[in-house]
Design a protein around this ligand. Sequence first.
Ligand code: AVJ
Length: 312
Amino acid sequence: MVPADSFREDVIAGLSLPQKALPPKYFYDAMGSRLFEAICRLKEYYPTRSELALTGARIGEIARFAGKGSTLIEYGSGESLKSRLLIEALRPAAYIPVDISQDALRKAAAALRQRFPWLDILAVHGDFSQPLKIPVGAGTRSFSSRRVVYFPGSTIGNLTPAEAHAFLRMTRGQVGPRGAMLIGVDLKKDARLLHAAYNDAKGVTAAFNLNLLARINRELGADFRLRRFRHYAFYNAAQGRVEMHLVSLAAQSVNIGNHRFAFEAGESIHTENSYKYSVDGFRALAKSAGFRGGKVWLDRKGLFALHGLVAS
Ligand code: AVJ
């Protein structure tokens, strides 16, 4: 669980900005996580399927790139099919899943212990934006082996390029001079495909976006009226990102404890950025952060990229 206090503080701070905004990491309460899983199964939402397909098709090369017997550090709970493929092919000396949800982390680690009894698993509760603290003595065999950070799902797209640069630099410091990174990055593409992926016909993405307001109501006792807000997502070509907003359908005010926030009709809360990178664009970013572009794998339709980066 994210401490409730920082949730409240972040919400109050975000809604006090001239362009109201909320951090996307708060999408993932129990309901939000379920809705995200439903998004991943939508026909319009290509990233999950594309990344799984390319990982399955190229797993031998990917494992060779990472180096068998490495220490695999994954940001995200790692219960996914992709993680299993990678663990099977890599036979890592140790596997260190890092997640902000204690619950997701415990479930994922338990499922993987069942499935891979030989695997040394060390679950770390944390946030990918903070430097990793790996307890000394844990995963002893991992002590001397090469560190590889696995960051799938294009979660890096939630960061601005400046934040992504800082994150890559920090990770470069953590994997050390022999380290590497495997990172899933969604590609730039026809804006119509992007539009469909974030405006699905069943309205699951809209429900996912609106659940953030429902969560604020539930956990912070706010009085958002969800029917007075509408999901709005579009590709901002100048910035190279999909933006998600919640647009107020009327002039209204919302109370959170002693705070009151006024909305004009048409005013939005910016809830997420999802940056898209060309292969060369991402390589340039990684290079400036101390990685050289070792390898890149794309799915057959050229929708999604997995970059293998080596510390330089
Ligand atoms: C999990 C951040 C990669 O940006 O595509 C899906 C989240 N938001 N649909 C993305 C999301 C709306 C997703 N990431």
